[in-house]
Ligand binder design. Sequence first.
Ligand code: ADP
Ligand code: MG
Length: 321
Amino acid sequence: MNSEFNIIQQYFNWQPCSDSVAVGIGDDAAVLNFTHRQNQQLVISVDTLIEGVHFPENTPAKAIGHKVLAVNLSDLAAMGAEPAWFTLALSLPESNLEWLNDFSVGLKKLADQYNILLIGGDTTRGNLSLTLQVMGFVETGKALLRSGAKPNDKIYVTGTLGDAAIGLAMLQNRLDASSYTQKASEFCQKALNYPQPQNHLSQIIKYYATACLDISDGLLQDLGHILNASKVGAQLDLSLIPLSKSALELGRNQALPYALSGGDDYQLLFTIPPEKEQQLQNALKDNHDLKISCIGKINNNKGKITDYLGHRINPAGYQHF
Ligand code: ADP
Ligand code: MG
């Protein structure tokens, strides 16, 4: 019988073997140990993904399992926090065992990769919706906030931008298939379905950055959050926005709006004082797969984003696809 209890037992009762979990899945609540986390603060974030809103219908279950954890890990990365535990509240229209199996495989693979432990959750029947809460730790007072950017700080992003938004546009036939190759299509689909949270980079960046967030709603909109919280402005050099080879198949001008205003990047946007740039580059030099790009700098032009020539860049102007 596929009761709620059997589902939990079969697909989610991973029984984490860690001293940090005194009581895990199976009782009314989890009991956690963290006295060894001296001089650290607990960091908590929760995100919900709803079918048709946060991921298209027909998204593979494995991808959903990956993505729901990835977007939450990305919030911990944005804070400079190290992942520790998570809970999962699942609402499912039916108990489809193949779906549950694929979902839990996608979830567990990423959980194991980042050493984050599932300690509880809730399972109910309803429209497909997933709520995941992550918990992590950061050294006391060292959390990376949105509010710390200062004039003259350099603005950096990790990875490449716009790939997931291009993947979504391809999926929804909003892009002409003749303008890209199969390889580019697969790359952008993968960026959409399997975003890679930047937790490793965040553990290096946190020693140098003055402000940080993860880009989930498009570079310009999310940069706006840092500008508002820090009461500063930004000047961007649009020619420096990092685009993947796959995105560039569309041509730089056509790809750029996806990078500026497309969603689902889950890359980090951070600011760093110029005198620390070299130190950060040195810290990264043995990690060639960790890519960062300087795209501009912070100024006193409160809340405004301008391009290299000083022309105002209006985020809404790019929401046309
Ligand atoms: P309650 O009646 O207190 O809501 P449940 O029957 O919902 O308890 O859950 C039983 C146990 O299984 C709890 O430890 C709960 O945290 C865990 N659990 C329920 N659903 C999930 C899930 N989707 N993933 C992980 N743990 C779950
Ligand atoms: Mg319950």
